[in-house]
Design a protein around this ligand. Sequence first.
Ligand code: HEC
Length: 138
Amino acid sequence: MKTLFAKASAALGVLALSVSIHAATSDEAIIERIKPVGSVCLQGDESCGTAAAAAAGGARSGADIVAQACAGCHNAGVLGAPKTGTGDWAARLDEKGLDMLVTNAINGIGNMPARGTCGDCSDDEIKLAIEDMIANSQ
Ligand code: HEC
């Protein structure tokens, strides 16, 4: 009887522990949700990353995505990537149309990795990024 009680209370202890862990997580989630939208972020502060912006619901612009994920290859034309600021983009656009370019960027094509390695980019963000590179090439 004594051991049964010990087992039962150990089980309860585990239950209580998991409940409190859960409570801590949702407290953090609530703090994240209600924190001010325009919180100040100093240069070099790691909390200013794009993940924080995404968590706070801050939309990233096409230029943000390009700077973060695309410019590394597309500014210099690495591995045959259409080079931003040249006629490369107009040629692709004429040949394939915007929808096809977006689909190929999402799925990857040739040496172009799927989503340009931006794993957390939505389809819309990929499209915005392409439009930004095209706009900067005219
Ligand atoms: C690792 C280098 C690399 C990165 C990073 C990269 N690209 Fe590319 N991209 C390429 C290469 C290489 C091609 C040419 C592929 C081909 O035509 O074979 C290409 C082609 C493209 C094309 C043309 C596709 C077509 O059908 O002609 C689009 C659109 C594109 N990239 C968008 C993006 C976007 C948007 C990002 C960032 C989110 C990005 N790329 C990041 C290398 C890269």
